[in-house]
Write a new protein. Structure first.
Length: 182
């Protein structure tokens, strides 16, 4: 993993339904490596996490609201999963615009589980190879991407993209996501 001093990693979520390990484990790794993690969501306040999409988990304070952060403000964008989180996030125009702007700036994006739904909505998957929670594979193919069943897939076509399937894949996901920052 890389040294992240001076690097900002933005985690974009909806207000509820975030798969807790997919937020917390990468967040801790950013801190451990000297980076600055920021939680960006549609509203001020706190987001609510879950475990396994069903069991309530922790709440986490929002650092910035969508629209207050642009591609120029970050070094890596992370899209945690959670079915409700990812489905809600892809309906947020400002979230989709941020994802698109980060990709157009050539900056890395890391998405786990259902997180790639925002990439589908941003129309960024043509020519990309990635993985996700298995139920997204048809959405990814319909969006022009190639889906693989692997713990982590890194694709550098147009912009760096790191994807993983589930919380079980988080060690590989975190290693590769932070590895995009050198």
């Amino acid at each position: 993993m890389s040294h992240l001093d001076g690097r900002t990693v933005v985690f974009v979520t909806a207000m509820r339904g975030i798969e807790e390990p997919e937020l917390v484990e990468p967040w801790k790794a950013v801190l451990e490596h000297g980076g600055t993690p920021l939680l960006v969501a549609p509203e001020a306040g706190e987001v609510k996490a879950v475990v396994g999409d069903l069991d309530p988990a922790g709440t986490y304070p929002v650092d910035r609201v969508l629209g207050e952060v642009g591609a120029e403000d970050l070094d890596l964008l992370v899209l945690p999963g959670g079915t409700v989180n990812a489905d809600s996030l892809r309906l947020e125009k400002e979230a989709v615009a941020l994802v698109r702007a980060v990709a157009e700036a050539g900056k890395p994006i890391a998405a786990v589980c259902h997180g790639p739904w925002a990439l589908v909505e941003a129309d960024l998957l043509a020519g990309k190879t990635l993985t996700s929670y298995p139920s997204l594979q048809t959405d990814i193919r319909n969006a022009g991407g190639t889906w693989q069943d692997a713990e982590v897939v890194v694709c550098h076509e147009r912009f760096p993209l790191v994807t993983s399937r589930t919380p079980d894949d988080l060690p590989a996901f975190v290693r590769e996501a932070l590895g995009t920052l050198g």
